[in-house]
Design a protein around this ligand. Structure first.
Ligand SMILES: *Cc1c(COP(=O)(O)O)cnc(C)c1O
Length: 395
């Protein structure tokens, strides 16, 4: 399922998916093919392509050359045999779940999954008679117990949003294998640069490409990778329900991904420095970053990640009142709901991931009212630190 990468990650993020394609009129860049359909001069060739006996494209809801180049790029970075893409990260997640789950099935997952994913688990799967078991995110032993009771699918996400908890992918994948369950991992926060879940035993890895893969917060999309057989099943579901990635967004991802490794390496470095700096600041109560030795699952992160990522969260003393003063003072950060782009982006869970929860529910989820989710950009880290210093000085 997981094949060995053929070159370094920066090389793959630049050349991946681009060498096998016939480029239009000798252009060096992948063209944006806006065509809805593809024309054939004879019926036999048309039929062969339609039956997937010969390479080519029929209709862009199914496949498209620009979209294919993006999929192949991600596939190579994840060391996978196949990939397919979607109109958004949530489309990727819901298509995977809809492909592999049927009434009567049981899914095991974690409490700290992405807000939209959590909504599917709590609101949309139970009416379909699918039993959803959401475990304490880092209670690996309890998750193993729930897996052993029998399930068809284990759904994981690590690091988590916004609590930045770490799941042991290898350990839980092994437990899932024993009961024949499929393992799906949302790798959006880590990116393929920092973590390759397929190499740790997962069957399907998925991304919201809207975040790090694109990296410029200007395109929405999702992508999954895995074995040919599994990806084909999800692809056939998606081509019919129509949650297809647009060629223009695929192009934005292709361009964004050429700098993926450069960006992520910078973000890894800067986030660690910022986390260490925040940890000693008198106005900060708690810093969540897997690269800190104080992180409860630092050892797991160290084993399964090549870098600790650009995402961190921290709690400011004084709660919501304090962050209402502090966040707007930041000069080099958008207050916004997205993450993973070149600009630093900040947002409190009270307006982003956990906006629909009560204060009590957030407290139960380990999210203090003064928590800030910080998506480190690629600005000079000295400027980001000085900016945090001046903004915190207003408290
Ligand atoms: C943003 C995000 C998603 C959803 O992706 P969209 O492209 O916004 O639909 C899923 N998982 C994680 C971890 C995310 O950060």
């Amino acid at each position: 399922m997981a094949s060995k990468p053929t070159a370094g990650q920066s090389t793959l993020s630049i050349w991946g998916g681009e060498q096998e394609h016939e480029l239009y009129e000798r252009s060096t860049q992948v063209p944006v093919v806006h065509s809805v359909s593809y024309t054939y001069k004879d019926i036999d060739t048309w039929q062969d392509v339609a039956l997937e006996k010969a390479p080519g494209h029929i209709y862009s809801r199914n496949t498209n050359p620009t979209v294919r180049a993006f999929e192949d790029k991600v596939k190579e970075l994840e060391g996978a045999d196949a990939a397919t893409s979607f109109a958004s990260g949530m489309a990727a997640i819901s298509n995977v779940l809809a492909t592999f789950l049927k009434p009567g099935d049981r899914i095991v997952s974690i409490k700290d999954s992405y807000g939209g994913t959590n909504k599917i688990f709590n609101d949309f799967l139970p009416p379909l008679n699918i039993d959803v078991c959401l475990c304490e995110t880092t209670d690996y032993a309890q998750i193993e117990v729930e897996i052993a009771k029998g399930c068809q699918l284990l759904y994981l996400e690590t690091p988590t949003n916004p609590t930045i908890k770490i799941i042991d992918i290898e350990r839980l994948s092994a437990a899932a294998k024993k009961v024949g369950a499929l393992v799906v991992v949302d790798n959006t926060f880590a990116t393929p640069i920092n973590q390759n879940p397929l190499q740790l035993g997962a069957d399907i890895v998925l991304h919201s490409a809207s975040k790090y893969l694109g990296g410029h917060a200007d395109a929405l999309g999702g992508v999954i990778c895995g074995s040919r057989e599994l990806v084909k099943q999800v692809y056939h579901y998606r081509e019919i329900n129509g949650a297809t990635l647009s060629p223009m967004d695929a192009y934005s991802f292709i361009r964004g991904m050429k700098t993926l490794k450069l960006r992520v390496e910078r973000q890894n470095e800067s986030a660690l420095k910022i986390a260490q700096w925040l940890q000693q600041h008198p106005m900060i109560e708690q810093v969540n970053y897997p690269g800190l030795e104080s992180h409860p699952n630092h050892d797991v992160a160290k084993r399964q990640m090549r870098g600790y990522g650009g995402m961190l969260s921290f709690a400011v003393k004084g709660g919501l009142d304090a962050i209402k003063i502090f966040l707007p003072k930041l000069q080099y950060a958008h207050m916004a709901a997205n993450l993973g782009c070149v600009e630093t982006v900040v947002g409190p869970p009270v307006t982003t991931s956990h906006v629909e929860c009560s204060a009590a529910e957030r407290a139960a989820a380990g999210i203090p009212e003064g928590m800030v989710r910080y998506s480190t950009g690629i600005e000079d880290v000295e400027d980001l630190l000085a900016d945090l210093e001046q903004a915190l000085s207003h408290l």
